[in-house]
Design a binder for this molecule. Structure first.
Ligand code: NDP
Length: 459
């Protein structure tokens, strides 16, 4: 018996060494890509027990293959600004994995976009899309273009130039991009218009489209609502709920606004939200209609909220939002917005649950802090999968040439989020990490893709 256990622990150690070696190769092959390294490390750390139990994943070099994108496309995006100056940005599309379906993932337009950011997002997307239970592979794209402060004409010319190149690589059955930071319905409309002009009317080539030309009801709400549905399941399992809870939501973009809306519908008091300049705190609970008007209609800064709400406080420094005491924190802005210090503050202020609406908003150290303190933690690749799930439902509606009602889409979304929660929970239990949804989501997402890769041979 003792020998068996000793052999088992020696084998586990050799698997750990193997995973460390693969990770070192990833770092050496992709230098200066810290966000990408971070995303890979989190997944690899979760997979050790899976590899111990399933040696075929090692012999078939699944880790070595899955970290290498099937294709990375980087391209020049020239356009002319309103003053007649020629401007040049860099565009990307990372087609990461088509093991279980066409590449699917958003486009991000933000000055911080680079290969590391797009690769981390694309890598995460593989497992997220697998978790949805729908037949979609992983991809991501974008450009280091800043739509902020640009006129509609400038944004249109940029999107047209971007699509002239991107159109060579995408299609309804190969790669279907959507929105992300800086790419909302306006940008999707311009991108779609250019694609249609070049390739004919193929409604299924982008998701997040306007409702009048192939978009799906509830896509706009999907990521925010989905995050709250996921957290609701996690809370329920622990005899907690949104009802009567104090909630803080970072950001004030697409994901944040609809996370706030659903949390409020479930009886929470949402007291703070932010943008990249600062945050507002309204102890009586935010006025969501005012937030929507400021961000969706007037496109102003969140600081203007206090003009009509003198009882609210605006503070510069967006990360200060994590000093606000709350029961539930929903980071919905951007990657690495919660570092260890912010995580410690949240814990010492009594937070009970974290639900990641943004992609990888907590650093590895912050996640460690939450888990060590037994804070309920809903990781992004599971909790924010509602957006891509409804994108896949948009593709299904486009193919069938029909539209579902808001209620139909919303109830499918709700069912998908519940099932992602249950599958992540089950995988965590099966692999001796009960309650650890980081491990559970990584494992549940990975196994399906790894098995599909093996069945399809070395390609
Ligand atoms: P938006 O562009 O609509 O909104 C982003 C919001 O975050 C803006 O309010 C922005 O403020 C704010 N922000 C940016 N950086 C910071 C910061 N450091 N601190 C505080 N606020 C900040 O993007 P989305 O809502 O679409 O995306 C948000 C996150 O959700 C991203 O991580 C994205 O990848 C993820 N996500 C989005 C999905 C979707 O369906 N849209 C699907 C799954 C994940 P400002 O206006 O100042 O820039």
């Amino acid at each position: 018996m003792i020998t068996v256990e000793k052999n088992q622990s020696m084998y586990t150690e050799s698997v750990q060494n193997y995973v460390s070696q693969v990770f070192e190769t990833v770092k050496n092959r992709n230098p200066n890509e810290s966000e990408f390294h971070q995303a890979v490390k989190e997944v690899f750390d979760s997979l050790i027990p899976v590899l111990v139990k399933n040696p075929q994943y090692i012999s078939q070099a699944i880790l070595e293959r899955i970290v290498e994108p099937e294709r990375v496309i980087s391209f020049r995006v020239p356009w002319v600004d309103n003053q007649g100056n020629v401007r040049v940005n860099r565009g990307f599309r990372v087609q990461y994995s088509s093991a279980i379906g066409p590449y699917k993932g958003g486009l991000r337009f933000h000055p911080s976009v680079n290969a590391s950011i797009i690769k981390f997002l694309g890598f995460e997307q593989i497992f997220k899309n697998s978790l949805t239970g729908q037949p979609i592979g992983g991809g991501k794209g974008g450009a280091d273009f800043d739509p902020k402060g640009k006129s509609d004409g400038e944004i249109m010319r940029f999107c047209q130039s971007f699509m002239i190149e991107l159109s060579k690589y995408i299609g309804p059955d190969t790669d279907v991009p959507a929105g992300d930071i800086g790419v909302g319905s306006k940008e999707i409309g311009f991108l779609f218009g250019q694609y249609k002009k070049m390739r004919g009317s193929l409604a299924g080539v982008l998701t997040g489209k306007g409702l009048g030309y192939g978009g799906s009801l509830a896509r706009k709400e999907a990521t925010g609502y989905g995050t709250v549905y996921f957290v609701e399941e996690m809370l329920k399992d622990n005899n907690l709920s949104f009802e009567g809870s104090t909630v803080v939501v970072s950001g004030s973009g697409n994901v944040s606004i609809y996370a706030i809306e659903k949390a409020m519908k479930l009886g929470a008091k949402v007291v703070a939200c932010s943008d990249s300049n600062g945050y507002i705190y309204d102890k009586n609970g935010l006025n969501l209609e005012a937030v929507k008007r400021i961000k969706e209609v007037e496109k102003k800064r969140i600081s203007t909220y206090v003009t009509d709400h003198p009882e609210a406080i605006y503070s510069e420094n967006c990360n200060g939002i994590w000093t606000v005491p709350c029961d539930i924190a929903l980071p919905c802005a951007t990657q690495n917005e919660i570092d260890q210090k912010s995580a410690e503050l949240l814990v010492s202020n009594g937070v009970k649950a974290i639900g990641e609406g943004a992609n990888m908003p907590s650093t590895l150290e912050a996640v460690e802090t939450f888990l060590e303190n037994n804070i309920l933690f809903a990781p992004s690749k599971a909790a924010n999968a509602g957006g891509v799930s409804v994108s896949a439902l948009e593709m299904a509606q486009n193919s069938a040439r029909l539209y579902w009602t808001f209620e139909e889409v919303d109830s499918k979304l709700h069912a998908i989020m519940k099932s992602i929660y249950q599958n992540s929970k089950k995988a965590a239990q099966e692999y001796n990490a009960p309650g650890n949804l980081v491990v559970g989501a990584n494992i549940a997402g990975f196994i399906k893709v790894a098995d599909a890769m093996i069945e399809q041979g070395v390609i």
